[in-house]
Design a protein around this ligand. Structure first.
Ligand code: GLU
Length: 380
């Protein structure tokens, strides 16, 4: 489904022509209060989802709340976030209740809920990413409403998203959605700490610049979720790279989508362009296996769209194999790009700083044209 026109306002998120497929992320603080699910509120949101389906929009839900719900059931302190083991146990218990609730409320509108529990690796490994894409496409085709959460009970610290904001953006990318709507307990992005009386809500942001990033503060205000504005901006960056609009609105009231659309209160991140699917996947990667540090000349060449040549590499970090994703950094440590390496880390060590004409002799076999080919590079 190709949108008829780009999204330029929050109201476009309920427009089937501009947003044929949308991901709606629901934060823990909206779903859970005092250890129990906010069932009546959720029923109002589900009615809005049913209305969107009636209009012909595909809807994918990314639902938090498993940890908060399970922690209350098990009587775990700190909302189940005291340790990874607590979070995993809480999620295992809470997820059943959460999925059951979605299934029941969607079912009341004649809609089938489909549960998908994903880990970071499911979306970072290209083959598994494509599998997730195919499953989502089939489910939507069959008229179901996917309800997705992170598979918190098996994800360890190193392989976790940890927040559903970035998960929602990655899911939107995998599903080819045109928009992501983050329902949160804040109105959107403010130009400074929202507690400051001079703070102003930004209705529209084009591109997540360093200045925009500086506006976000650390963690989640409610303490229930793990998001906060930082992870929302990271989600906006992933969406931006994939050409997907992302809205942040306050979801605490009943029928939150209608309210946000009518009031126009929220922040809409507008994408600057659409990278090719492969590059968006690469650029949105949260983990890389290693890094290549490059000199200023190579950085200039990269920015002009050239491949990364061994000559410009000054250091190799980590252990990676041919085909693995690596970060490309400048001498100051700033990440300039992500790319798939044509060589293993050991081969990169052998070749770094050396001119292409020397490569065959150094390797003892026919060399490739570059360390990272420009088709396998996503400039950040
Ligand atoms: N996956 C977590 C849960 O279901 C929520 C992560 C987040 O707070 O964004 O509880």
């Amino acid at each position: 489904m190709t949108p008829s026109a780009p999204i330029t306002a929050l109201a476009n998120l309920i427009d089937r022509a501009r947003a044929p497929r949308i991901v709606i992320k629901v934060g823990s603080s909206l779903l859970v209060a005092g250890g129990t699910a906010r069932r009546d509120w959720l029923a109002t949101l589900v009615a809005e989802i049913a209305a969107a389906r009636e209009r012909g929009q595909d809807v994918i839900v990314v639902s938090s709340g498993a940890i908060a719900l399970g922690a209350a059931t098990l009587g775990l302190e700190k909302g189940g976030r005291g340790s990874l083991a607590d979070a995993q146990a809480a999620a295992a218990v809470g997820q059943i209740a959460l999925a059951g609730l979605w299934a029941e409320l969607l079912g009341a509108h004649g809609l089938n809920a489909a549960q998908l529990l994903l880990t970071l690796e499911d979306l970072e490994d290209r083959r598994r990413y494509l599998n997730a894409t195919a499953t989502l496409a089939r489910l939507l085709d069959a008229g179901a409403v996917p309800v997705i959460n992170e598979n918190d009970s098996v994800a360890t610290q190193e392989i976790r998203f940890g927040d559903n904001d970035r998960l929602a953006a990655r899911v939107a990318q995998a599903a080819g959605a045109s928009a992501v709507l983050l329902l949160s307990d804040v109105d959107g992005l403010y130009d400074r700490n929202p507690r400051d009386p001079a703070a102003r809500l930004l209705p529209e942001v084009r591109g997540v610049s360093a200045a925009v990033r500086a506006m976000a503060d650390g963690g989640s205000a409610s303490g229930l979720g793990s998001g906060g504005m930082t992870s929302k901006l990271q989600a906006a960056e992933i969406a931006d790279r994939a050409g997907i609009a992302l809205g942040i609105v306050n979801g605490t009231h009943d029928a939150p989508i209608a309210r946000a659309v009518a009031s126009g209160v929220g922040t809409l991140f507008l994408p600057r362009g659409r990278a090719g699917a492969r590059k968006a996947w690469l650029g949105g990667r949260l983990r890389t296996r290693g890094a290549l540090v490059i000199d200023a000349g190579a950085a200039t060449a990269l920015a002009r769209g050239s491949s990364l040549l061994a000559k410009g590499v000054t250091a190799v970090e980590g252990t990676f194999a041919r085909g693995d994703a690596v970060a490309i950094r400048d001498a100051a440590g700033a990440t300039l790009a992500n790319g798939l390496s044509e060589y293993s880390a050991a081969e990169c060590m052998t070749l770094m700083g050396r001119h292409s004409s020397e490569h065959a002799a150094l390797l003892g076999y026919a060399p490739r044209s570059a360390i990272v080919h420009r088709d396998q590079l996503a400039i950040l």
